[in-house]
Design a binder for this molecule. Structure first.
Ligand code: AMP
Length: 511
């Protein structure tokens, strides 16, 4: 006789009626596993240590019980203060979290404010002035507001730290500790992280009191539904290889990851020049540009969103058909985050990674961390790609020369560092200075910190400054392959990479 009761519906969780109405309006009846685990514990006032990635429903896992609390304990926030503080590493994630709070509290009269950098202070100050129930903020701008006394967080009853491991990657731990020191100790803490590196475990230990641990995926385990492929290719031939992939129409909504902002711009420009609708998203883009690029991608108007890790982190877009790692990430955990952008909500997805010779060590680290071997294909020494790479260089100059070496361009020589993408107002200058003196926690990425954004005035233009597109068929008429054209001859690299393609790939699989 089984006596265990399995929660299967939101209505079983004891949430306030207006929340159940909002959930019903969204069409959500069944809690996801992280929600089923976390909601009862949060409702009991417990601290939470949640190991969950974006896409698991973790936002609702904290938003719903928090809103329930706000609806049952009526106490308007005093002026310039908040009852709930949610910290997010990026502007995009902050916006998404705030949108979720607003949607779930649509029938409750709860105030939600968002505070992040890259936009004017005035409207944010105005929003904070009367006091807010829920404040979603990125660390740098929040500290600015605290210092300017436009917000006092000392009375916050609930503190949520989202994507804690990403905060670590961005060097945000010192600002977080500073923020935490301003809050009353008598608060509930909800701590979420996709992975649990030592530093994050330490921070959790400092913040949480007797936490309930909830987790939905073992650390650094890749999502099972995602098909993964690895293609060995010379660094300077990656762009034509990418364009070949897009010859397959099943690459309908693809996120392409690059390591640097400049790389993202260059790849997006090249795709556009090849007749493939693309947009870049990274920390040097204005908030408006980022929002427009994301909206166009969500609407299916652009097939390729070229992004750096930080910009893409936490972005919730349905039905991403493919993820392409144009460059392998420096940190193995980032591989897991990247490919987790696809195969969401029961859909299939494919992740394809390009690997040049100088990235072999990164590949080794990824496979060690994920405890799996990615099926490999070899496109090195491919003459067609070499020919296309030469043309590609003319269209949009490459960062590397024909031998795969970086060109002696000061900006191109900049070290690849995911922290390059931190919006300037969020950069932790004090921690940086400390690191420079040899004191701080290094990320092991060479310490090549970026210059202030826009240095030298040579920032890449938006898509408006592209070369005229070299449309399909233009070169095909000369008997040469056209970028982005559907392959007509022998099998090309796109084949076998589309989700529904059945033809055999031409390149040689390696074991
Ligand atoms: P998150 O991991 O919070 O980014 O959520 C991922 C996506 O799942 C978001 O689009 C949510 O709106 C959606 N979602 C959250 N909870 C549920 C649920 N119980 N049922 C269906 N979709 C959900």
């Amino acid at each position: 006789m089984y006596e265990r009761v399995f929660v299967t519906q939101f209505s079983d969780l004891g949430l306030a009626k207006p929340l159940l109405t909002a959930l019903a309006n969204k069409g959500y009846a069944t809690p996801t596993p992280i929600q089923a685990q976390a909601i009862p514990a949060v409702l009991q006032g417990k601290d939470i240590l949640g190991i969950a990635q974006t896409g698991t429903g973790k936002t609702a896992a904290f938003a719903l019980p928090i809103l329930h609390r706000l609806s049952t304990i009526h106490a308007p926030a005093p002026r310039r203060s908040c009852r709930v503080l949610v910290l997010s590493p990026t502007r995009e994630l902050a916006t998404q979290i705030a949108e979720s709070f607003k949607a779930y509290s649509a029938h409750m009269g709860i105030s939600v404010a968002t505070v992040f950098g890259g936009v004017k202070y005035g409207p944010q100050m105005k929003a904070l002035a009367p006091g807010v129930d829920v404040l979603v903020a990125t660390p740098g701008r929040l500290i600015d507001h605290i210092e300017q006394k436009s917000i006092d967080i000392s009375s916050a009853e609930v503190f949520v730290l989202d994507e804690a491991d990403q905060m670590l990657d961005l060097g945000f731990l010192p600002p977080i500790r500073k923020i935490v020191s301003k809050m009353t100790k008598n608060r509930q803490n909800l701590f979420f992280s996709a992975t649990m590196p030592t530093e994050i475990g330490k921070l959790a230990g400092e913040l949480l009191k007797d936490p309930v641990k909830v987790s939905v995926a073992p650390q650094a385990t890749t999502v099972e539904r995602i098909e993964q492929r690895l293609i060995f290719v010379e660094a300077n031939r990656k762009r034509p290889l990418l364009a070949e992939l897009f010859a397959d129409n099943s690459f309908s909504r693809t996120i392409v990851f690059t390591r640097t902002k400049r790389g993202a711009d260059r790849v997006a420009k090249y795709l556009m020049a090849s007749g493939i609708e693309a947009a870049a998203i990274h920390g040097d883009k204005s908030q408006g540009q980022r929002e427009r690029a994301l909206a166009a991608f969500k609407a299916g108007e652009v097939r390729a969103l070229v992004a750096t890790d930080i910009a893409a982190r936490g972005i919730d877009v349905d039905q991403v058909s493919h993820v392409v790692n144009f460059e392998l990430p420096n940190v193995p955990e980032a591989y897991v985050h990247r490919i987790g952008r696809t195969a969401r909500k029961g859909h299939d997805g494919m992740a394809i990674s390009f690997c040049s010779d100088d990235e072999r060590n990164l590949l080794k680290d990824i496979e060690k961390t994920t405890r799996q071997t990615i099926p490999r294909f070899d496109r090195r020494n491919d003459k067609a790609l070499a020919a296309m790479a030469a043309v590609a260089d003319k269209l949009v100059p490459a960062e590397r020369d024909a031998d795969g070496n970086r060109r002696p361009d000061a900006r191109a020589l900049r070290k690849a560092d995911p922290r390059n993408d931190v919006p300037s107002e969020l950069r932790n200058t004090r921690a940086r200075r400390r690191r420079a003196k040899g004191g701080g926690q290094g990320q092991g990425q060479g310490g090549g910190k970026p210059q202030a954004q826009g240095q030298g005035g040579g920032r890449p233009q938006g898509q408006g400054g592209n070369q005229p597109p070299q449309r399909q068929g233009q070169q095909a008429r000369n008997g040469k392959p056209a970028f982005g054209a559907k392959p007509t001859g022998p099998a090309r690299v796109g084949e076998g990479m589309g989700r529904r393609q059945t033809s055999e790939p031409r390149w040689t699989p390696l074991d």
